[in-house]
Design a protein around this ligand. Structure first.
Ligand code: JD8
Length: 400
């Protein structure tokens, strides 16, 4: 790939002599040329800027030096190719990994670094119309820099590292943030137990020491999902973004019989695993009328994301002991499980218990490991003997 950069501060691009990009240049993987715009300003002061027409603060970059600089770059290769011109600007299209991949596929890029209040608008037209070049105005982000150089440093690094051979182990490009829309997973190295302060040992997650590559991959993917949902829910499909902010990001409401059809669907979706595990039908085979009856009998809450029912829980005073608050039908849409929504639903349901409640009561499948893990973590204790329904156990937690 050929890269040309035009700037009034060519030394600003010196960092591109360093590290992997510098090595790629020395290895001929990348032909990067930096040009000083003042070389194309021929007056005594080699001036490249002047006052803005229409008045206003600051100076504007003159068209002539830019036109000559672009002419020089275009004429610099004999194979008749034409560079794609990238002009950084705060008003440009947002730079992204996808755009970096797009630019990395180009044989020749020319970056024009503006300064002052910007470049005379006729230069953009000259490059596009007179030189017939594809001109892309790209912004590094929604903040204001003093010029295009910093943006070009970032864009050249993001583009060049995608070129074959620049990054030693191309494999590492795959699981990077923004490569597949998820943020990266946390990384650790030796020692497995690090004493960050006298008596404070910080451990590496045990799964990473297990050698179980399947479990490690699953853990890493889960970490990426949770981090993305928590830090960049905008990167996820709305339905995926659920859970990043717990229940807060969802539309909560008290269920009515109108919600019964969707509650029936969510229940069956959540019970599939139970049915598959041990043929437990229970709620999984409730009729619509029974679901409607349940909504009438229990206080039932629902959470929606973009209108889609994604979670629900219900609660009521135990018919035989009003000091016990029964919690049931704690449900999270299967594709959103594992993001802590179950814990949030449980905490919510407990908080709905009337004053005078002494204990919370739950029931789940005796072999429903994930549910049991969540409930035990929340302080529930499995009660001896069979639970309220065949194949189930009851769990109780004293109210603090
Ligand atoms: C090019 C001149 C400075 C900008 C008056 C401050 C990119 N994400 C980004 N923020 N800022 C830039 C950027 C700023 C530039 C130039 C890029 C050329 N300036 C100007 C307009 C307001 N001064 C950028 N990419």
């Amino acid at each position: 790939m050929i890269l040309d950069v035009v700037s009034i501060f060519p030394e600003y691009l010196a960092p591109l002599d360093l590290s992997l990009i510098g090595k790629a240049r020395r290895d001929g993987l990348l032909d990067l040329r930096v040009h000083d715009l003042r070389d194309f300003a021929h007056d005594r002061h080699r001036s490249v800027d002047d006052t803005p027409y229409g008045g206003g603060a600051g100076m504007v970059m003159k068209p002539q030096p830019w036109a000559e600089a672009l002419d020089h770059v275009v004429a610099s290769t004999a194979d008749g190719g034409r560079p794609r011109v990238v002009i950084p600007g705060p008003g440009g299209m947002p730079f992204s990994q996808a755009l970096a991949r797009e630019l990395a596929a180009e044989p020749w890029l020319t970056f024009a670094c503006g300064r002052y209040e910007g470049i005379d608008e006729r230069v953009y037209e000259y490059a596009a119309d007179d030189l017939g070049l594809e001109v892309s105005v790209i912004s590094l982000g929604d903040y204001v820099l003093n010029g295009g150089e910093v943006a070009v440093l970032a864009m050249v690094e993001a583009v060049a590292r995608l070129l074959p051979g620049v990054i030693g182990n191309a494999e590492s490009l795959v699981e990077e943030s923004h490569e597949d829309g998820l943020l990266e997973y946390p990384v650790y190295t030796k020692p497995a137990s690090w004493e960050s302060a006298p008596g404070v040992a910080r451990e590496v997650p045990s799964v990473l020491l297990s050698g179980d590559h399947g479990a490690i991959a699953a853990w890493r993917h889960q970490q990426r999902l949770e981090r993305t949902a928590a830090r960049r829910p905008d990167l996820l499909h709305p339905s995926q973004a659920v859970g990043g902010a717990g229940l807060e990001g969802l539309d909560a409401s008290v269920a009515t019989s109108a919600d019964a059809p969707e509650l029936m669907v969510l229940t069956r979706a959540c019970w599939v695993a139970e049915i598959a595990r041990y043929g437990m039908f229970g709620a999984g085979e409730e009729t619509l009328d029974e679901v409607v009856a349940g909504v009438a009998e229990w206080q039932t809450w629902t959470w929606r994301s973009a209108g889609r029912l994604v979670a629900s829980v219900r609660g009521r005073a135990h018919p035989d002991d009003a000091t016990t608050w029964q919690i049931g039908r704690l449900m999270v849409a299967p594709d959103l499980q594992g993001r802590g929504l179950g814990r949030a639903l449980l905490a919510f349901a407990e908080a709905q218990a009337p004053s005078g409640t002494a204990a919370y009561w739950l029931n789940t499948g005796s072999r429903s490991d994930r549910n049991l893990r969540i409930y035990r973590k929340a302080g529930y204790r499995v009660q001896p003997g069979e639970g309220a329904f065949p194949g189930t156990v009851d769990l109780v937690k004293r109210r603090r």
